[in-house]
Design a protein around this ligand. Structure first.
Ligand SMILES: [Zn+2]
Length: 82
């Protein structure tokens, strides 16, 4: 981890660990993933997610796609991933 990671590249604000609601728009379906761990800028609100989290989101979205609900709300959990 670089030290510069603690500063927002957009506004130079302070980045903080937090949880966000991540929304994936699939066109006909909307997948809402709550409690997604992310780094959030305390100044401008920009969000970053780790590669690991991104991969989990991808798996969750795949599962949601199979269910084919118009709106699927999931709570982020690594245990959800088959
Ligand atoms: Zn910022």
């Amino acid at each position: 981890m670089k030290h510069s990671d603690s500063k927002c590249p957009i506004c130079n604000g302070k980045k903080e660990q937090g949880k966000v609601t991540f929304t994936v728009d699939l066109g006909t379906n909307l997948v809402v993933i709550r409690e997604t761990p992310a780094t959030v800028c305390s100044a401008c609100g920009e969000e970053w997610i780790s590669n690991e989290v991104a991969e989990t989101i991808e798996s969750l979205v795949k599962e949601a796609r199979v269910k084919n609900r118009v709106i699927e709300v999931i709570y982020f959990s690594l245990e959800n991933v088959a």
